[in-house]
Design a protein around this ligand. Structure first.
Ligand SMILES: [Cu+2]
Length: 177
């Protein structure tokens, strides 16, 4: 499972980068570079969201995945209930799970719990945002907004950096530039 190890290494790097950003930093314009995006964090209630990205899509590709890290600094569990975006008619929260010998994704009907004091990764091969019935392709290098609804923290709209089709985390963005 070399992929898992690689993902963990990326997590450590990103957490170090994230730690250098003061808690009050909020970036609302979409002009930041990809390098700066790695350090951007958005806060809503007790939640801190970092490293948000989506994968570029081919024309007519009906779905796209979205990924980010969610840290709950509070002492109460929260729950990612739903996701929406203007570029897709429908958004869902998905997980990957074994179905017999096959890895499949499926909708988390009850949402994704973000336990108090913990960090949950939405990453390729695991939990992810699923954007369906896209009305426009996602183009590498662009930024797109997605709106997340949390049970306690409420609603937050964050920019997703659109990375290459094989991107596994924000850490891989340098390879395309
Ligand atoms: Cu999915």
């Amino acid at each position: 499972m070399t992929f898992v190890k690689a993902a963990c290494a990326a997590t450590v790097t990103l957490l170090i980068l994230a730690a250098s950003v003061s808690a009050g930093d909020k970036v609302d314009d979409h002009g930041e570079s990809m390098a700066e995006m790695k350090m951007v964090e958005h806060t809503v209630g007790d939640l801190t969201l970092t490293g948000a990205f989506a994968r570029a899509t081919l024309p007519n590709q009906p779905v796209a995945g979205g990924f980010l890290r969610i840290t709950n600094t509070g002492d109460m569990d929260d729950r990612l209930v739903s996701v929406s975006a203007s570029f897709a008619l429908k958004g869902e929260v998905h997980e990957m799970a074994m179905d017999g010998d096959t890895m499949r994704m499926r909708k988390l009907s009850d949402g994704l719990v973000i336990p108090a004091g913990e960090t949950v990764e939405l990453q390729p091969g695991g939990y992810h945002l699923m954007f369906m019935k896209l009305n426009t392709p996602l183009v590498e290098g662009e930024m797109v907004d997605a709106t997340l609804l949390f049970e306690n923290a409420g609603t937050v709209t964050i920019p997703l950096a659109v990375l290459g089709k094989g991107a596994k985390s924000m850490d891989h963005s340098e390879h395309g530039s």
